[in-house]
Design a protein around this ligand. Structure first.
Ligand SMILES: Cc1cc2nc3c(=O)[nH]c(=O)nc-3n(C[C@H](O)[C@H](O)[C@H](O)COP(=O)(O)O)c2cc1C
Length: 162
């Protein structure tokens, strides 16, 4: 498709953005009452090594958005190649997204998913307006990674496994 000017067709613009392949994460937090939240997100990216900073962005209309604005602590769980089901589980609103998952927890009580390629424990430093999304710029305070695990990829609206 050729480039267009202002007033983009939303579906076509989304398809164009989908040409950029990404990994897939589930980002978790909890609210003051201890309720757990998790969202599938491909907008995760590295920002800075020193200080260690990452970012992700979330649609303002997402039901879980309030929880991520209130609690600065969150975990980025990087999904592995066999976790497309988990990605789908966290990509739609539900009250029991964590059902069947044997999670561990950070000191702040944020869920760490099992079987991932790695995870980053983060603290939000800045929330930046980004149109219909908010960009969370966050400091990494702890992390783990498993070098022998293949990641899950997402490209043109489909999961790609290596
Ligand atoms: C592969 C994939 C990547 C996604 N990436 C994002 C993202 O980066 N930011 C976002 O706000 N939503 C993203 N979504 C959509 C959310 O996962 C979805 O809106 C989810 O329902 C949000 O959780 P909630 O309804 O509990 O708030 C993505 C969905 C998929 C399948």
């Amino acid at each position: 498709m050729e480039a267009k000017n202002a007033g983009f067709d939303q579906k076509d613009f989304r398809n164009a953005l989908g040409c950029f392949g990404t990994g897939v994460t589930v980002i978790t937090t909890r609210d003051q009452d201890g309720k757990h939240y998790g969202v599938t997100a491909s907008s995760f990216n590295s920002v800075s090594l020193d200080p260690p900073l990452i970012l992700w962005s979330q649609g303002k209309a997402a039901p879980s958005h309030g929880a991520f604005k209130e609690n600065s602590n969150f975990v980025v769980n990087v999904l592995s190649a066999n976790q497309a089901d988990i990605s789908n589980q966290f990509a739609r609103p539900s009250d029991n997204k964590f059902q069947g998952l044997d999670c561990t927890y950070t000191e702040d009580g944020i869920a760490i998913l099992p079987g991932t390629s790695g995870h980053f424990e983060c603290v939000t430093q800045n929330m930046i307006e980004g149109g219909d999304h908010i960009i969370f710029l966050a400091k990494v305070v702890n992390y783990r990674h498993h070098a022998d695990t293949s990641p899950l990829f997402f490209w043109k609206g489909q999961y790609i496994t290596p």
